[in-house]
Write a protein that binds this ligand. Structure first.
Ligand SMILES: Cc1cc2nc3c(=O)[nH]c(=O)nc-3n(C[C@H](O)[C@H](O)[C@H](O)COP(=O)(O)OP(=O)(O)OC[C@H]3O[C@@H](n4cnc5c(N)ncnc54)[C@H](O)[C@@H]3O)c2cc1C
Length: 485
């Protein structure tokens, strides 16, 4: 895979042949990575192989952070907190999975199924046409949109493709000023964006909404492929990954939480652990969620980097998943995207009796005033409307999981509060999906942040420029039609 130089933005190196590291500068440098989510893991994966002495501490007894599973006490099954999916355009996540040997646990889905309120199913798959036309035939045949909707949306798409990547306007306003109606917003733009960005259309920065369509659907024919782990997340980011880290010289300290960063004359020199012991380090990569960062600073030191107090302005958005175990298989499709429904995605999981399905509701604020039982009955009723076989089956068990701070909100202007990897505090580097990655809160964003943190360290220590994996190339027709990226 290509990687690009951070300073020039030009493709310069390949990750199969990493740049020669200046061993004398890297070797022996002690790097403490705090947090075993994808950001911390990605940073450790890049540094461990290039001569740094990396220690990764994770407060829980498992890796993966928010991309996680738990053992359901009733079924004994390993259940995801929520189905996590990525897309073909997530090139850094793909590189990470390839590097650490878990890419073979991913399934690539090339056909997506949409079901409207009348039960009609429309498929989305690529035709043998150059991007951005590859999805055009599927779009034309979508049963949940009228011809007028399609004409409006087509105009909106072209306008989006031609528009500059950043505009200082909330996305809903932009849509309304480009021929869209509440109906096309609800049945098309929102359908894609609410689950991709975990936010409602009225609370989205233009830049991120545009990025989903341009990078995910328009510029490359493979970008919209969906990648789904074929095993629960706890297994996906489990023993294979752990073994790779250990084999590559990374010291893993699980079940180990840091309580405070350690300062010495304005420089961070490691961290104190909750058990009272300390870990000394030359460089500390703080890869915890943004709402945990401030508390890890001694009060007197929190203002040393103005970006830390600003993290308080970053809002979060919840995701709810509802897990239903029926006594028999109930779902014919591997997944369904719900049009005009509360359920946005419905996934067929296997389960012991083949009847386990999982419904996902992103940006689920509207459900927050309901109890778990109420959420269950709302979602179960929808699922049984969507899947006639579920009506005939017996629901044996269910679970409602709401992650209240699932992701940060991509509110207009959010970039102002996202800090760079390199802190002004010597010895400190920040990582995490919330940092300046150019991406929304996703696994791809988290991996990018970890790679950027590693790049900042290598730049400072060794003077080497290495950073992100290139995005998928924009197709010739996309460029010929004036598409901007
Ligand atoms: C319900 C849900 C659904 C999602 N769906 C998707 C999806 O489909 N696709 C997608 O791409 N993304 C999805 N995401 C987003 C994705 O999971 C996150 O963006 C990504 O995992 C964040 O990684 P991170 O490393 O930045 O942070 P985290 O995963 O939060 O990792 C931070 C780690 O730091 C540890 N930690 C915290 N404090 C300390 C301490 N004091 N000492 C030591 N360790 C500490 C935590 O235990 C955690 O493991 C979803 C998230 C949620 C919650």
């Amino acid at each position: 895979m290509k990687v690009v130089s951070m300073s020039s933005g030009q493709s310069s190196l390949t990750s199969e042949s990493p740049p020669p590291s200046n061993e004398s500068n890297a070797t022996g440098r002690r790097v403490l990575v705090v947090g075993g989510g994808l950001a911390g893991l990605a940073a450790a994966s890049r540094l461990g192989r290039t001569g740094y002495q990396v220690t990764l501490v994770e407060s829980r007894n498992k890796l993966g952070g928010r991309a996680t599973s738990f053992v359901d006490p009733t079924t004994g099954e390993m259940v995801d907190n929520c189905q996590h999916v990525s897309m073909g355009c997530c090139t850094n996540l793909a590189d990470f999975c390839e590097t650490v040997g878990i890419a073979r646990l991913l399934q690539t889905v090339r056909t997506l199924y949409f079901q409207d309120e009348k039960g009609r199913v429309s498929t989305m798959r690529a035709a043998p046409l150059p991007a951005p036309l590859h999805l055009f035939p599927s779009f034309l045949s979508a049963k949940y949109l009228t011809l007028w909707d399609k004409i409006r949306i087509g105009w909106g798409m072209l306008s989006l493709m031609w528009s500059p990547p950043r505009l200082n306007v909330p996305f809903d306003e932009w849509l309304l000023s480009h021929g869209q109606t509440p109906r096309t917003i609800d049945r098309f733009w929102g359908l894609v964006l609410v689950s991709a960005l975990n936010e409602t259309i009225d609370r989205m920065d233009f830049r991120y909404a545009r990025q989903v369509f341009v990078e995910g659907f328009l510029q490359n024919g493979r970008a919209f492929y969906v990648e789904i782990p074929s095993v629960p997340l706890g297994q996906f980011y489990g023993s294979l990954l752990e073994s790779w880290l250990v084999e590559n010289g990374i010291l893993l300290k699980m079940g180990t939480a840091i309580s405070k960063l350690k300062f010495d004359r304005g420089r961070i020199i490691g961290a104190e652990l909750k058990d009272g012991s300390t870990i000394d380090a030359d460089i500390t990569v703080l890869a915890v969620p943004h709402h945990r960062v401030r508390d890890l600073f001694p009060t007197a030191d929190v203002e040393r980097d103005h970006s830390i107090p600003q993290l308080d302005y970053i809002e979060t958005s919840p995701i709810t998943s509802v897990h239903l175990w029926y006594d028999r298989p109930v779902m014919d499709y591997p997944h369904l995207v719900g049009v005009g429904r509360t359920v946005q995605w419905l996934f067929r999981r296997t389960g012991d009796e083949g009847g386990y399905v999982q419904a996902v509701i992103s940006a689920s604020r509207e459900l927050s005033s309901h109890s778990s039982d109420e959420i269950l009955s709302i979602i179960r009723a929808e699922v049984e409307e969507m899947l006639p076989k579920a009506k005939e089956a017996t629901l044996k068990h269910s679970r409602v999981v709401t992650e209240r701070r699932a992701t940060f909100s991509v509110l207009p202007g959010i970039d102002h509060f996202r800090p760079d990897a390199r802190s002004v505090i010597p010895g400190l580097v920040l990582a995490g999906d919330y940092t300046q990655t150019g991406w929304p809160a996703t696994m791809e964003g988290a991996v990018r942040s970890g790679y950027l943190a590693a790049a900042a360290i290598r730049k400072e220590t060794e003077g080497v420029n290495v950073t992100l994996v290139s995005p998928l190339r924009a197709g010739w027709l996309f460029r010929l039609l004036g598409g901007r990226n």
